[in-house]
Structures are given as structure tokens and as C-alpha cells.
Write a protein that binds this ligand. Sequence first.
Ligand SMILES: Cc1cc2nc3c(=O)[nH]c(=O)nc-3n(C[C@H](O)[C@H](O)[C@H](O)COP(=O)(O)O)c2cc1C
Length: 158
Amino acid sequence: MNILIAYYSRTNVTATIINEVVKEFSDEINVDIEVIKDKKNRNGSINYLLSVIDAVRRKNTEIENIEKNPSDYDLLIIGTPVWAATMANPVLAYLNQIKDNVNDFATIITAGSSGFEQTLNDIESIIGQKVITTLNISTKDRQSGYSEKIANFVKKLE
Ligand SMILES: Cc1cc2nc3c(=O)[nH]c(=O)nc-3n(C[C@H](O)[C@H](O)[C@H](O)COP(=O)(O)O)c2cc1C
């Protein structure tokens, strides 16, 4: 099985979870990674607020060129932080580019505490199909441990 994981991570939370998920897949599974890179600077508190506004407006943002085609893979895993109860704008820009090239897909969503369901609904409606499964990780999960959640997520996909 061939899996593509495409993710955006502003402060490395989603990236860290994804590294742990990759380690959990068995050796027979090929996993490639596409890091979604925003051209806009999102660092610092002013850019945080501007990003909230961008997210509420579902504003498109320019991202670096996409290198891998999801249609070459059996499964696409989309990783995103929640921004104002939806996906991060760079992930929105990514999905708008590749939405017609997706076979099956799953999601990895991280958030402080809320917005998982709305984020997943928004992703499903852009791609136009239902997710196989999702791994939702909140700050509380990160404090209390989430290795079981990761193992269950990977088991559903293998
Ligand atoms: C612009 C912005 C909006 C956010 N909105 C929410 C939100 O609506 N609900 C929530 O629980 N967390 C929210 N967060 C927190 C992030 O979802 C959370 O910290 C996430 O795990 C960060 O992942 P990252 O480090 O991969 O970017 C927001 C963060 C940012 C930067």
C-alpha cells in the first residue's frame, strides 16, 4: 500500500503527531510526505490574529508548489491544525488544488480543544467524499498521552 501524508503545521504540533504516526506503520507500507508550505508569514501574535481572520473568511493563500500527486497513492492522509473551527488556510489552498485527484482519504486534526467536527465536515465537502477515519488530538490528549489513539488510527488504515 502507498500512502501520501500531506500536512501543514505552524508550531510543529501537527508535524510531531505525524512523525509518530509514520513510525507506527508497518514496513510493507510506503509512506511519502508532502509538507504544505505557506508563502505568507504566520509567526507572531499579529499574524496569529490575521490568520484567525483568514480562516473565518476561508481565504485562499498562496502555497509552495505541490510535488506529489495524490492520485498516485491508495490513501491520502491530510494533516491540519484547527484554525477558527476550520482547517488552516494553507490546507484549504492545498485541497482546492488536489481535490479531484484523491482516492481514499483520512485526516489528522490537532487543536487546543474544539472545532474538530467542523474542520472534518469542511474537508469532506471540499473533497466530495467521506473520510475513512480521523485522528483528533487536543492539548488535553497531548498532556495525557495518545499512543493508543495513534495505534487505533493506524490499525484502521492498514
Ligand atoms: C489562527 C489560529 C486559530 C486557531 N483556532 C483554534 C480553534 O478554533 N479551536 C482550537 O481548539 N484551537 C485553535 N487553534 C489552536 C491550534 O489548532 C493548535 O494549537 C494546533 O494544535 C496547532 O498545530 P500546529 O502547531 O501544527 O500548527 C488555533 C490556532 C491558530 C494559529
